[in-house]
Design a protein around this ligand. Structure first.
Ligand code: GSH
Length: 64
């Protein structure tokens, strides 16, 4: 399933979630960034070395 990391009140994340909503793609979103934190740890750095949101993972493909 498509996975998205990012708080939904981020402008960058809103664009992604809008497209996912329009296309009705099954997905799961994790709240990270802003007051949620979670960007400055090794687990997140491993999936997105930029340590920013959003990060999108589709199978083995990761985009951030
Ligand atoms: N992915 C974009 C930019 C990503 C970006 O600027 N993300 C902001 C979101 S507003 C961010 O992660 N800010 C830190 C935070 O929200 O905690 C790029 O690399 O050009």
């Amino acid at each position: 399933m498509l996975q998205i990391w990012g708080r939904k009140n981020s402008n960058q994340v809103i664009h992604v979630m809008w497209a996912i909503g329009e296309l009705k793609i099954e997905h799961i979103r994790y709240n990270v960034g802003g007051s949620f934190g979670g960007l400055q740890n090794d687990d997140y750095k491993n999936i997105n070395p930029n340590m920013l949101i959003p990060t999108i993972k589709d199978g083995k493909l990761i985009s951030g």
